[in-house]
Design a protein around this ligand. Structure first.
Ligand code: SAM
Ligand code: SF4
Length: 328
């Protein structure tokens, strides 16, 4: 079987596919308050998304993650999960804000989705509302429990930490994860899109600072565990919950990068922090149903994967895409 290897000898085993740019939340680090979303003709259809996933699996990819925007607001998401769930992946995951899980968790699990990452930045309903602008904390907590009841194991929370906004809740979030038997990763904010709500230079909170806050209460033991993603994992002596750190600034993870992304418009992005891309939608629409053409375009894109990203923490926007376009 042909596999995907880039010019730095990294094998691509993992693709993240964004299924929508829309969302029912407007998180302050991800979107501006007023967003214009893409017209339907510009986004990949469910059939095109399914074909893209199949092409990557036929090229040796072992893990697919669906993301967005909010994947659960895409009409037909359950059908797409059924189709990708039948491809025999080693790992099939979704990143969601959790608000739609009461409604969808069981069907997603039955369709073959194996793992969920659920974003949760605050346990204080008012603060949660401020950070997400529209979100209802209780709906998300109910969603987390519905996912567990549906049989999802090792659910992972994702928290973006902003200084002065939710850094005082880091230990509370860890304690919530411990009580609910969840894993949790803390994410450094990335300079994607001009978000206007805050100055990123002021809110930047490094993973080392977050780690220090946790270690004051729970000593962390390093592990070599990996889920093929960018998290570095730690364990606590008295709990099954894992603590992860995603640190694009302070612990550059490019040298082991095995990931590519497909945006909702079908752009294959070789790196989150760079604009190198290939237009798969054009290939899909020029050669409808032609799997070989699609696979060739993906193979030919590999030399475009850059060696590393160059994010800085001075607040400059280096990539004009918002995170909801790229898929987190
Ligand atoms: N809507 C889903 C959710 O929130 O989980 C999936 C898409 S969201 C873009 C994926 C992840 O990216 C979320 O965990 C979110 O917190 C994170 N994210 C969004 N904007 C970010 C930024 N500027 N820096 C770091 N992480 C960001
Ligand atoms: Fe929506 Fe997720 Fe972005 Fe929040 S982080 S606005 S939930 S896409």
């Amino acid at each position: 079987m042909t596999t995907l290897i880039d010019d730095f000898n990294r094998r691509v085993r993992y693709v993240r596919i964004s299924v929508t740019d829309r969302c029912d939340f407007r998180c302050v680090y991800c979107m501006s308050e007023e967003m214009t979303f893409l017209p339907r003709a510009q986004i990949l259809t469910l059939e095109e998304l399914s074909m893209v996933a199949r092409a990557f699996v036929e090229l040796g990819v072992e893990k697919v993650r669906l993301t967005g925007g909010e994947p659960l607001v895409r009409r037909g998401i359950e059908q797409l999960v059924d189709e990708i769930g039948s491809l025999g992946l080693a790992d099939f995951a979704m990143t969601t804000n959790g608000a739609g899980l009461v409604k969808h968790a069981k069907a997603l699990r039955d369709g073959g989705l194996k793992r969920l990452n659920i974003s949760l930045d605050s346990l204080d309903a008012e603060k949660f509302r401020q950070l997400t602008r529209t979100g209802d904390l209780h709906k998300v907590i109910d969603g987390i429990r519905a996912a567990r009841d549906a049989g999802f194991e090792r659910i992972k929370l994702n928290a973006v930490v902003l200084k002065g906004r939710n850094d005082d809740e880091v230990v509370d979030l860890v304690e919530f994860a411990r009580r609910e038997a969840l894993d949790i990763s803390f994410i450094e904010e990335m300079p994607l899109g001009d978000v206007s709500d805050h100055s990123r230079a002021e809110t930047f909170c490094s993973s080392d600072e977050v780690q220090e806050l946790i270690e004051a209460r729970y000593p962390l033991l390093p592990t070599t565990e990996s889920t093929l993603g960018p998290s570095r994992y730690f364990r606590m002596a008295d709990s099954d919950s894992r603590i992860g750190f995603i640190s694009p600034h302070s612990h550059n993870f490019c040298s082991t990068c095995n990931r590519v992304r497909v945006t909702v418009e079908g752009r294959l992005l070789l790196c989150l922090g760079n604009e190198h891309s290939v237009d798969l939608r054009a290939v899909l629409r020029r050669h409808p149903g032609d799997m070989d053409a699609l696979k060739t375009a993906i193979i030919d894109a590999m030399p475009l994967k850059p060696e590393r990203h160059h994010f800085t923490t001075d607040g400059d926007v280096q990539v004009v895409r918002f995170m909801n376009m790229t898929g987190g």
